[in-house]
Design a binder for this molecule. Structure first.
Ligand code: SAJ
Length: 419
């Protein structure tokens, strides 16, 4: 049955937060999957059955899939019937998408393609990228009829299937979320959907590639705008000496209001990045989306400024910063506002020792290592020794530190975890 679907041999390029769980879920459903990554440390770890990052239920699934012989690793592109590209799409300094990883992956896939193969782009990308993938493949393999040129008579099926799983719930949402599959042709969408039907219990919605690309960006821009609303409210309530958590709690009693939570800023590799792809596509029109990005990007600066002002009231303050990851209960520090806040405080107060604690982060991130006044300690020690406690991430372990040990200290809870 699997062979009827797409041949049954699958390569997933990019063993990151999306590629590895996708490869693993397909392997546990009986597909023969080869994970491809340029990083030898990642390839070696997964080959030993070890997940290189923390995500609930991933470790056991990876070790099972590797032990069963369904999931193997390679640094070279293998021959397969279907290829899923899940490499990063960072942004350039001008906020346009850097598609160099996608292009490199597409060109390596191109060298292996046979008529009838499927190529799915999962990486979040600006509208038109899936078509570019088809063009890049066509440039390497002029012998193949590509869908952007010949439409439904193509040799290769090219589609976009954006992921929408939430870090911390990836292994559940991978199965249960509805999926959008956008093809360069209808046949491309149908073929690509056959891969996701192997494991998805959600609805699979077929569309064109550019609409699928845009829908994904819209999802994350929607969340960014809503978080920006909450972050802006937090500045306004602070200036009015009101408690933002109380105000939001009351407003959210309205049946059609659901204000999100303010915080020290917006991090992770998706929400701070993807809205910029919309701005780049329509710079004169995406006013609200751009402003939301600016509001959220400003928040770490505001938090740091508040802490620095509080510290200046002490002769020799001890500061504890709790949390470095981009959100609670994950080990991911990409684009973390907490890291930015700590860096800003440490830079502005070089004479002050700053204690930093995060149960998910075993060593100071690279961007903080040049600050000689930072010390990574455990949270209990930091709280006990501090005059000023700054809660930057609401890890469960930090919630347990609530109140009991805060007497006489200045507490700045950016997440409302102790509110
Ligand atoms: N945050 C707030 N306030 C909130 C919610 C979040 O400040 O009320 C902050 C978080 O602390 C974090 C950032 O926003 O710094 C992003 O966290 P998140 O939990 O909102 O989202 P991610 O980045 O973990 O995952 C998002 C999800 N997108 C949406 O919910 C629309 C996920 O479904 C996507 O698959 C993922 O981006 C992605 O990979 O695109």
């Amino acid at each position: 049955m699997l062979n009827e679907v797409f041949g049954g041999r699958l390569a997933v390029i990019g063993m990151g937060y999306i590629g590895l769980p996708t490869a693993t879920v397909l392997a546990t459903r009986g597909i023969q999957v080869v994970g491809v990554d340029v990083n030898p440390r990642i390839v070696d770890a997964i080959s030993r059955g070890e997940a290189p990052f923390i995500e609930p239920d991933l470790q056991v699934a990876v070790s099972g899939a590797v032990a069963m012989g369904r999931l193997s690793m390679s640094r070279e592109m293998p021959e397969a019937d279907a290829y899923i590209i899940a490499v990063p799409t960072p942004f350039n300094p001008d906020h346009t998408a850097d598609l160099s990883y996608v292009q490199a992956a597409a060109e390596q896939v191109a060298a292996k393609l046979q008529p009838g193969n499927i190529v799915v782009l999962e990486s979040t990308s600006p509208p038109g990228t899936t078509e570019k993938v088809s063009q890049w493949i066509g440039a390497v393999r002029p012998d193949l009829k590509m869908p952007h040129v010949v439409g439904s008579n193509a040799d290769i099926f090219v589609a976009h299937c954006p992921e929408r799983v939430l870090p911390g719930r990836i292994m559940i949402e991978m199965i249960t979320n509805n999926r959008v599959v956008g093809g360069l042709t209808t046949a491309c969408a149908i073929k690509a959907a056959s891969i996701y039907r192997v494991f998805s219990q959600g609805e699979i919605l077929l569309t064109d590639a550019a609409s699928a690309e845009m829908a994904k960006l819209v999802e994350n821009a929607y969340r960014d705008v809503n978080i920006a609303f909450a972050n802006e409210l937090s500045l306004i309530t602070e200036s009015l000496r009101l408690d933002v958590w109380e105000v939001i709690k009351l407003a959210n009693q309205h049946p059609r209001v659901n204000v999100l939570s303010p915080g020290p800023g917006v991090g992770g590799h998706c929400i701070p990045v993807d809205p910029w792809f919309i701005v780049a596509a329509a710079p004169d029109l995406a006013k609200l989306i751009r402003t939301a990005r600016e509001v959220n990007d400003h928040k770490p600066h505001h938090v740091a400024e508040q802490v620095i002002n509080k510290a200046r009231r002490f002769r020799s303050p001890a500061i504890a910063c709790l949390g470095l990851t981009f959100k609670a209960n994950v080990d991911d520090i990409r684009e973390s506002p907490a890291v930015e806040v700590v860096g800003l405080i440490a830079g502005a107060l070089p004479e002050v020792e700053i204690m930093v604690a995060d149960p998910y982060v075993p060593e100071l991130p690279k961007e903080l290592q040049s600050n000689a006044n930072l010390r990574l300690v455990n949270a209990g020690e930091a709280v006990d020794a501090a005059d000023i406690i700054v809660l930057l991430v609401e890890h469960d372990a930090f919630k347990a530190l609530r109140h009991t040990r805060h007497n006489g200290k200045v507490v700045y809870d950016t997440r409302g975890a102790w509110a």
